[in-house]
Write a protein that binds this ligand. Structure first.
Ligand SMILES: Cc1cc2nc3c(=O)[nH]c(=O)nc-3n(C[C@H](O)[C@H](O)[C@H](O)COP(=O)(O)OP(=O)(O)OC[C@H]3O[C@@H](n4cnc5c(N)ncnc54)[C@H](O)[C@@H]3O)c2cc1C
Length: 429
């Protein structure tokens, strides 16, 4: 164990700034790949534990994550006002992972890797090209060969389209069987659509009596606390669930950036950004988890092979361009969200769409994907995007707005699943 003194900064090979999702996956990957001789420090004012988020993602079965999953589904539903489509994802599957097991596994890895934890914020980062000096809130400081930085931050400059994926989910417990545990609802667009943006609900059942039911919007602005509750109650009713037989066991709130603004993945030679801060969030969907998981493995493999801990870009450049065009078409009203996603799943095998969203398709497959969208609105959005890029080059850089915190309501547990309306709406069981 390295000794920490007040006088000199702590000397390590690798400093992880931020110990959330990306860092937890990385620690597990380092452990799994047998890294043992690196001096590692983690700097985070919070030691993440327990269930603070639920990750849903698709991928091939039999990964390192399998023992941690709460549920997985071979089939998912995509619903619009016109139809409900059941998609078979073979050879992929959709899966749900709660944060608790991910943080627990990372804590085990941390112990085996003999990692030093600094429970303080990282405040300054100075890279001299050889070593990186990190100023920490406890005054100790860390000097590292490499810094892997996943602290949340806004993009480097404003994007051409700035949307947010914002959501509230209820973990619902039913008195009697109410959910079909054999399939998840991936996107249900029967929710009332916002004037600017896209909304949908989804259902992730872990049993016939227990499920995460969520209302999500892709749009520029957040709702109010009451707005999320009303939208979720509306979606619950749309699902035909009887509120008197349901209890809200937990509530999840979140905000994820959806923007074509840049998140530089390597701001200086020895600083690598991971997670949302490093561009792992797919602009057109907000999905982040698979890219973080992929990059964690790449970093661990690189370190094991004695190479620099630099992962491949989270998504190919052409995918980021396609996302910028799609976001623009959705934002400027050229394409309706439900129609856009409906056509994607209607005209392509589900497995291809999901691989596309993970950045894993070939250019030929991407042509097929592009062909499944409506032509003229996409041409208009492509032209608009090109003009906007030229315009951006000619004017001073605009700072990006900060990503707002999620709207959090009152104490979540054990309330009836109806909208707040009376004195017995919040009650303990
Ligand atoms: C509720 C929720 C649900 C989500 N669900 C999904 C999903 O289903 N599928 C999906 O693909 N993506 C999902 N995401 C998006 C994404 O996967 C998560 O946000 C993921 O946790 C991002 O990992 P991260 O490491 O980038 O950030 P975080 O997990 O937020 O970690 C950042 C860490 O940085 C720390 N930190 C902050 N300031 C400092 C500082 N100054 N110094 C040091 N450390 C600092 C924080 O304490 C935190 O631990 C979800 C996000 C949320 C919020």
């Amino acid at each position: 164990m390295v000794r920490v003194t007040d006088s000199a900064p702590l000397d390590v090979d690798l400093a992880l700034l931020g110990g959330g999702g990306a860092a937890s996956l990385l620690l597990a990957a380092l452990d799994r790949h047998g890294v043992r001789d690196l001096r590692i420090a983690i700097v985070d004012p919070v030691r993440r534990r327990g269930q603070d988020r639920t990750w849903a993602f698709w991928g091939h079965p039999d990964s390192d994550l399998d023992p941690l999953l709460s549920a997985s589904w071979q089939q998912v539903e995509v619903a619009t006002a016109a139809r409900r489509r059941v998609l078979d994802l073979t050879p992929l599957r959709y899966a749900m992972l709660r944060s608790g097991p991910v943080y627990d596994r990372a804590a085990d890895a941390e112990r085996r890797l003999d990692t030093i934890r600094i429970v303080a914020p990282a405040e300054t980062v100075r890279d001299d090209g050889d070593r990186v000096l990190v100023g920490t809130g406890d005054g100790r400081g860390v000097r590292a060969g490499w810094v892997l930085d996943s602290r949340p931050r806004p993009p480097a400059r404003a994007g051409r389209t700035t949307w947010l994926q914002h959501f509230r989910g209820w973990w619902l417990e039913a008195d009697r069987p109410a959910f079909d545990p054999t399939r998840a609802v991936l996107m249900d667009f029967r929710t009332p659509q916002p004037p600017r943006g896209v909304s949908f609900g989804y259902v992730l059942p872990v049993s016939d009596r227990y499920a995460l039911v969520e209302y999500t919007e892709f749009s520029p602005d957040l709702l109010t606390d009451a707005g999320y509750d009303a939208a979720l109650a509306g979606y619950r009713d749309l699902l035909g669930l009887d509120p008197t037989g349901l209890r809200v066991r937990e509530v999840e709130n979140g905000v994820i950036p959806m923007t074509d603004a840049p998140f530089p993945a390597r701001p200086t030679p020895r600083v690598v950004r991971l997670g949302t801060a490093g561009g792992a969030t797919r602009p057109s969907t907000g999905f982040t988890f698979s890219a973080m998981h992929r990059q964690a493995d790449q970093v661990a493999r690189a370190l094991t092979a004695g190479r620099a801990p630099v992962p491949e870009p989270a998504y190919p450049r052409r995918h980021r361009w396609m996302d910028a065009v799609a976001l623009r078409a959705l934002d400027r009203g050229g394409v309706g969200g439900p129609e856009f996603f409906d056509r994607l799943f209607d005209r392509n095998p589900a497995e291809r769409v999901l691989r596309f969203l993970d950045g894993g398709t070939t250019p030929a497959e991407e042509v097929a994907i592009m062909n499944s969208t409506r032509l003229w609105p996409m041409i208009a959005a492509t032209a608009g995007d090109a003009a906007h890029r030229v315009h951006d080059r000619l004017r001073p850089t605009r700072p990006a707005p900060a990503i707002p915190p999620a709207v959090v309501g009152p104490a979540p547990t054990a309330r009836r699943a109806g909208p707040p309306s009376g004195e017995d709406d919040v009650r303990a069981r």
